[in-house]
Design a protein around this ligand. Structure first.
Ligand SMILES: [Zn+2]
Length: 173
């Protein structure tokens, strides 16, 4: 939350927009709405299989994740999904469609997952991020407690046809 306008430094006032009082700048009109980090992931598909990478750092060390990462300011979510996927798997991919989104109230993150297919490249994990990268069949995925994030669980359930793509009805996820 801002006390001063991030554009011109003016102390923010308060104005009702869309039924809520929001911090607003009396000078330039900036209004504070919830901002989120956007993560872009790929479900790379081939012959009914999907690629997962096994993280080797941080709190999810040893867990399986979809290739992906945070969107940088100068790129689209689609560009980020393809860039991160190449960095993490060695594959250049094309995006075929939107698979799912994931959000949770109170958490400032939106995860967007695309269906993708391999254009070229050889599967090799990025050594600084993953110890392993491999294909998994639809019915041979790791157990959900070995998946890195709730968004990973959600996207893979959607991919398996077990849940709807744009809702997150799972308590605890
Ligand atoms: Zn301002």
């Amino acid at each position: 939350m801002y006390a001063y306008c991030p554009y011109d430094g003016t102390a923010l006032g308060s104005r009702e927009i869309d039924g809520r009082l929001r911090p607003t700048c009396p000078r330039c009109g900036f209004a504070y709405f919830k901002r989120v980090q956007i993560g872009a992931n790929c479900v790379i598909e081939r012959d009914g299989q999907v690629v997962l990478v096994r993280l080797n750092y941080g709190p999810r060390d040893g867990c399986w994740a979809l290739p992906g990462g945070l969107v940088e300011p100068e790129e689209t979510v689609e560009q980020a999904a393809r860039r991160e996927t190449t960095e993490e798997t060695g594959y250049e991919v094309a995006l075929d469609s939107l698979l799912s989104t994931w959000t949770r109230p109170g958490l400032e993150t939106l995860i967007v997952t695309f269906r993708a297919r391999v254009l070229r490249g050889e599967l090799r994990p990025a050594p600084l991020e993953a110890s392993e990268a491999r294909w998994f069949g639809r019915d041979e995925l790791p157990p959900e407690w070995e998946l890195a994030w709730p968004s990973t669980v959600h996207a893979l359930r959607v991919w398996q046809g077990r849940t709807a793509p744009v809702r997150n009805p799972f308590r605890g996820l």
